[in-house]
Design a protein around this ligand. Sequence first.
Ligand code: SAM
Length: 305
Amino acid sequence: MTTAYLAAQGFLDPLQEELRRARVTVSAVHDHLVISDEPAVAAAWAANIWHDCIEWPVASIGSAAKALRDIQRNWAMYAPLHHRRAALIQERLPHVSAKPIVFPANAPTAPLGAWTLLAPDRLLAAAACSSPFPNGEVTFIEDKTGPPSRAYLKLWEALVRLRRWPQPGERCVDLGACPGGWTYVLARLGARVVAVDKAPLDAKVAAMPGVEWRGESAFGLEPESIGPVDWLFSDVICYPARLLRLVERWRASGLVKNFVCTIKFQGETDHETAAAFAAIPQAQVLHLAHNKHELTFMLCLETGS
Ligand SMILES: C[S@@+](CC[C@H](N)C(=O)[O-])C[C@H]1O[C@@H](n2cnc3c(N)ncnc32)[C@H](O)[C@@H]1O
């Protein structure tokens, strides 16, 4: 059984270290694609995980395209090498829309495979992948006037990947909220937001209906002083271990239904703490296309919206 892990752009080293720690034996590295002849493991630094890959010889461009089409309709090409030959194959496949998404919208549900040319005459393909987007990349029709920072894009992406988002009237806590990109998104969805940051929010965001700002430290806030919340968000800049303790405190309180938190790394990647986040039952830890040197932790303790 072959699995291929496509590293998030610029994050091949953390992916390889993560796989090494998970005791995955790597059989080959094809540019940013790390290949293993073992079953898939969770890998946060992979933008896309290719499951049950198959490899076959390419006799001709036409036969390669036909072989892919015979498996399923939708395929995303990964062509760091042999690009021109690969493009000739992709041209013979049905078009896959990569139109920017208008938030809020669900991620596509149609199966999307991935393929590459390992050599001009060897093709590696997987019909099932972890990301619903080609090579894990998603773009949005941006909101250039509303949010006061570009951080809103990673929240949009997290909610699209979760396939759920705060509903009108739901109660949210946004830790590390300033200047207010995330709070803006939540308030636009009609949610009520307690925005926590020592720094004040952008005045336009602070004036949105349902927004309450608290000029406190996220770490001093007692869950019981807030009460039940539908969503706990955090984009606080802090060491991952400190965020983990904060998440554990809120989780232990039983007051939170859903978590979306950015795990930020300064300098070295703290793999141990990232693994501790991933070990939380039902948690997902992903490197989103809009993440920098950070991961997004998502946990939904209640399904359906
Ligand atoms: C990356 S910014 C957040 C951006 C925000 N999510 C947005 O969409 O505009 C990180 C924020 O964390 C805040 N922060 C740092 N330490 C904090 C703490 N102990 N408690 C609350 N906020 C904190 C900083 O003041 C900063 O505003």
